[in-house]
Design a protein around this ligand. Structure first.
Ligand code: EPZ
Length: 422
């Protein structure tokens, strides 16, 4: 297994190119199941989760082919030959559940393994299933699989989500494009990745309005057709590198980044002394004053994103004064805290809140994390720490961040990927 070795203390400056968004790309690929014509996606990030989604689609019978050597343009299309999403893939990547809505809408039946819990929480899919049932699907759970069928097709309905779930909104949105009549999703999640998905679906012939709002209205059509779509830039990758500039007192241009996608995180950056501003070609991030403690609560978009919580915590661990981070989306998303504390941070967790008492220095240590964002928070801590930090379990990072070592080294970080040991 690979690991990263980081020698901290370098101030980062220069340009980082932001890749296409993982959490948009995965759903856009699943949308390819809705038509036999070709969906051409560009700006596809080169990360493990995208490769896994391609594997899942291929085993459904769909062709997924790279259009050039870069692999950044994928053509997706073909006939569905299997309606089953097997346990061995779904258990590796929860986003696999997003094939359920499209398969059910196009094939009128689907069998998808239940994802089960993961490192950050129990993560049930009850809202996905209840919404599909409201649209007329018959659903049963057998042998660890969701069996769903709608022999006469799905029927539009008004669905009120009890919580603005990203995945449930996306599954129901895709299913509704081919349902009979009108579907309204009330209390829909408003994450920018959902608008990106809806924009692509409309290019494929869907009739969706209310993009970017909590009420999505979908008028079902008989069939969708092929389209071309460029995946939006990854706002979480962008925010993560903004934290890298912030924690090192750097000055970085995040090329392709879109400030409006930061939502409430803009204010949090500014309150803690990190300047973020729209610049030609992207977002400029710099810090030339001491970091200050801030209070943060994670919330659905446009609130502060849970996917930035761990990275912000690393930054706040060396801020002046105390900070409090309250995690409201996932029940177990503080697994990075003990590792940050091993590097000299002073963080206490009480239920869903973490109190971070800023320290003047972190010290390098061997560390490991259990999920993608937590792993990056340790890299960030390593960039600011004295001495050497070794971050193992790099496969978590490979799932969602493209070329971490190359991107950071290009702006002055002392980081190397060591291949083959643990
Ligand atoms: C998406 O997960 C993202 N994943 C997550 O990113 C992100 O953290 C999350 O949205 C919140 O922004 C992808 O896009 C692939 P939810 P998702 O449904 O769709 C509960 C990352 O690091 N819930 O909004 O699974 C659920 O347990 C990842 O890139 C139910 O109770 O998120 C959670 O507590 C991690 N029942 C909360 O809602 C349901 O049916 C939010 O989940 C569905 C969700």
């Amino acid at each position: 297994m690979d690991r990263f070795i980081i020698r901290g203390g370098q101030r980062l400056s220069g340009e980082i190119h932001i890749s296409g968004a993982k959490n948009a790309g995965l759903k856009l690929m699943a949308a390819g199941l809705l038509t036999s014509e070709r969906l051409i996606l560009s700006n596809v990030p080169q990360i493990a989760d995208i490769r896994l989604m391609a594997q899942l689609l291929r085993q459904h019978g769909i062709d997924v082919t790279a259009q050039d050597d870069s692999g950044r343009v994928l053509a997706i299309g073909g006939e569905v030959t299997s309606i089953e999403a097997p346990y061995d893939i779904v258990s590796k990547m929860r986003a696999s559940i997003l094939v359920l809505g499209p398969l059910l809408a196009r094939m009128r039946k689907a069998r998808v393994s239940l994802p089960g819990g993961c490192a950050i929480g129990t993560r049930p899919v009850d809202m996905h299933l209840r919404g599909l049932e409201a649209m007329g699907a018959k659903i049963s759970l057998e042998n660890g699989y969701i069996h769903a069928s709608a022999p006469k097709g799905l029927q539009g309905d008004k669905i009120v989500l009890p919580f603005a779930s990203v995945g449930a909104t996306e599954n129901l949105l895709m299913a509704a494009t081919l349902a009979k009549g009108r579907t309204e999703i009330i209390n829909a999640a408003r994450e920018p990745e959902i608008s990106d998905l809806a924009t692509c679906l409309n290019r494929m012939g869907a009739r969706i309005t209310g993009l970017g709002t909590g009420s999505l209205i979908i008028d079902g059509v008989d069939a969708l057709h092929g389209a071309e779509h460029a995946i939006m830039p990854d706002r979480i990758e962008c925010g993560t590198y903004a934290c890298a500039a912030g924690i090192t007192g750097g000055d970085v241009l995040l090329v392709g980044g879109q400030l409006q996608d930061f939502g409430a995180a803009i204010q949090s950056f500014e309150e803690c002394g990190v300047e973020v501003s729209a610049a030609p070609g992207g977002i400029r991030v710099r810090r030339d004053q001491p970091l200050r403690g801030v209070d943060i609560m994670t919330e659905p978009f446009p609130g502060f994103p849970t996917d930035m919580q761990a990275q912000f915590m690393a930054m706040l661990s060396i801020a002046e004064g105390a900070s409090m981070i309250t995690e409201t989306i996932f029940e177990n998303r503080f697994m990075h805290v003990p590792e940050l504390n091993r590097m000299g941070a002073h963080i206490n967790v009480h239920k869903s809140s973490a109190i971070i008492r800023g320290v003047s220095r972190l010290s390098g240590a061997p560390v490991m994390a259990t999920d993608l964002r937590a792993s990056f928070s340790l890299i960030l801590a390593g960039l600011a720490a004295e001495g050497e930090t070794s971050v193992s379990r790099v496969y978590h990072l490979d799932r969602g961040y493209e070329k971490v070592d190359e991107k950071l080294a290009a702006i002055g970080a002392d980081i190397a990927r060591i291949t083959g040991d643990s």
